[in-house]
Design a binder for this molecule. Structure first.
Ligand code: 6GU
Length: 270
């Protein structure tokens, strides 16, 4: 996979050299190119922003440097041998929510281009133009959640990490991805390691029993309880048939009747 990132803060993307993503780059699983939007300004002050049309607070990123940068990124990717059209992703709190399903979809792409906005965002015509230019297969605004960051760079770090770990050969132990999809739609169960007793606290006895079926049931029950307590919306959104009788029994012990599960209403334990 090829990934291009356009930003006014290329140094913000330095963590993409580290850890799993850094190793994936060195192995050739992903080829990351970061470019500076200001390279495509033409004035002496290298201006990338201006006041919002219609007035109001904040600044909006001007379209000209964005148009030139995106044209250049696509041209240099093609020169480097990239085939097909890249997908343009625009991090924004007004985007589509990033989910594991979206990460999986993005992991199937050959080429992603990220446009990092700062200030109040990028002039909307840049997205409209990119969508109609024939340079991109699609233009997708993406959000990490319902809160506001100062710019798209941190979101790109998160999105690239979520996607790259799904690429073939990147995780040493694909069993962890299989386990994730097994518990899809639920929060993870709690995890423990040695020592068996720490500051007087025991690892739960079931996990020490060696009984694999009992351990699997215990983990599933803890995942269900946690999800009911912290993210009742996820329980309500499970596809029909996702919960069997044993699951419903575990939830009912935790005070969640089948009706309450369907409603997804609960005290969120924040
Ligand atoms: Cl993707 N970008 C920005 N700037 N803020 C955000 C976000 C993205 N997701 C949540 N807040």
């Amino acid at each position: 996979m090829r990934v291009d990132v356009v930003t006014i803060f290329p140094d913000y993307l330095a963590p993409l050299d580290l850890s799993i993503v850094g190793r994936a780059r060195r192995s050739g699983a992903v080829d990351v190119h970061v470019s500076d939007l200001r390279e495509h300004t033409t004035d002496r002050h290298r201006t990338v922003d201006d006041t919002p049309a219609g007035g109001g607070a904040g600044m909006v990123m001007r379209p000209e440097p964005w148009g030139a940068s995106l044209d250049a990124v696509v041209a240099s990717g093609r020169d480097a041998g990239a085939e097909g059209l890249p997908r343009l992703l625009v991090p924004s709190p007004a985007g589509l929510p990033l989910t594991q399903a979206m990460a999986g979809e993005l992991a199937a792409e050959d080429w992603l281009v990220f446009a990092c906005g700062r200030y109040e965002g990028i002039d909307e015509r840049v997205l409209d133009e990119a969508g109609e230019s024939g340079l991109f297969s699609a233009v997708t605004p993406v959000s990490l959640g319902d809160y506001v960051l100062c710019g798209g760079e941190v979101a790109v770090l998160a999105i690239v990490e979520a996607v790259v770990r799904l690429l073939p050969g990147v995780l040493g132990n694909p069993a962890s991805i299989v386990e994730e999809s097994h518990s899809a739609g639920l929060l993870e169960h709690p995890a423990y390691t040695r020592p068996a007793t720490w500051r007087g606290r025991q690892v739960p006895a079931t996990l020490m029993s060696g009984d694999h079926a009992r351990i699997a049931r215990w983990r599933r029950d803890r995942a269900l309880e946690r999800t009911a307590q912290r993210r009742p919306d996820l329980l309500a959104a499970l596809p029909p048939g996702a919960l069997d009788d044993a699951d419903l029994a575990a939830l009912s012990v935790a005070g969640w009747s089948p009706d309450r599960v369907r409603e997804g209403a609960g005290e969120q334990d924040l």
